[in-house]
Design a protein around this ligand. Structure first.
Ligand code: ADP
Ligand code: MG
Length: 220
């Protein structure tokens, strides 16, 4: 189902519970979790994951993550994850959570698994001549997240400062520019939540590619 159809006024959300979604026959081992969702292996496809989570807003249109999924489907930018299916359910559990979701998407690599040379190539290929001169050598896992946050810091300068539109053109990668522009736009409505664990990576024949998995939190 298209996410646009899900947001059509009057759309009926089938009832379900988190437990029922998590017990689904296609749901494998837990591989990650954040404040709103858990991510599992997809038993039907080794290249995918299943993300199951909560929408804490009465109106699904006002949820930052669902708005982001909508952008992914609409824009088809490769620095956003490939998303195969999106399902939204009315939550039948007691409590304040109105909706829950189940998303099937590509399996990505966490930043903590990148090597020093991958981090260096990430800066060179995606930030071009704005790439920082500082030492990018990595000694431990916390260093990697720290470097990724520095990388994100460069992108956030464009997002938070209006006069930087021209500088954005210096980012050599077209897909990264498109993603930054799209996030800058979405930031007007939703709170940006871009940190070292909300960007993941894809290994390609050309090198490692950043993929923004979860850049928005709630309504501003
Ligand atoms: N596409 C993915 N492939 C592999 N692991 C993922 C993927 N998406 C998320 N994860 C893992 O699950 C964790 C939580 O996912 P995230 O999308 O950040 O949800 P939350 O909204 O709960 O923060 C991530 O920090 C990461 O470890
Ligand atoms: Mg997260």
């Amino acid at each position: 189902m298209l996410i646009q159809e899900i947001f059509t006024p009057g759309h009926e959300y089938p009832p379900s519970s988190l437990q029922k979604l998590e017990d689904g026959p296609d749901v494998g081992d837990l591989i990650g979790s954040g404040s709103f969702a858990k991510v599992y292996e997809d038993k039907t496809n080794q290249y995918n994951v299943i993300k199951i989570g909560r929408v804490e807003n009465e109106d699904p249109k006002k949820d930052g993550y669902l708005a982001f999924l909508n952008n992914i489907k609409r824009l088809k930018i490769i620095t956003f994850p490939r998303v195969d299916t999106i399902e939204i359910f009315k939550n039948v559990d007691e409590g304040y959570i109105p909706y829950i979701f189940k998303v099937r998407m590509e399996k990505l690599i966490p930043g903590t698994e990148l090597s020093s040379s991958e981090i260096i190539s990430l800066f060179e290929r995606f930030l071009g001549k704005n790439s920082p001169a500082e030492e990018l050598e990595i000694h431990q896992e916390t260093d990697i997240i720290n470097k990724i946050e520095i990388f994100l810091g460069y992108l956030k300068r464009y997002m938070f400062t209006d006069g930087f539109a021209d500088e954005l053109k210096q980012i050599p990668d077209r897909n990264l520019r498109l993603a930054v522009r799209s996030m800058k736009k979405t930031m007007k409505e939703f709170k940006l939540d871009l940190h070292g664990y909300n960007v993941m990576f894809r290994r390609t024949p050309y090198g490692v590619q950043p993929v923004f998995t979860d850049p928005f939190a709630w309504l501003k």
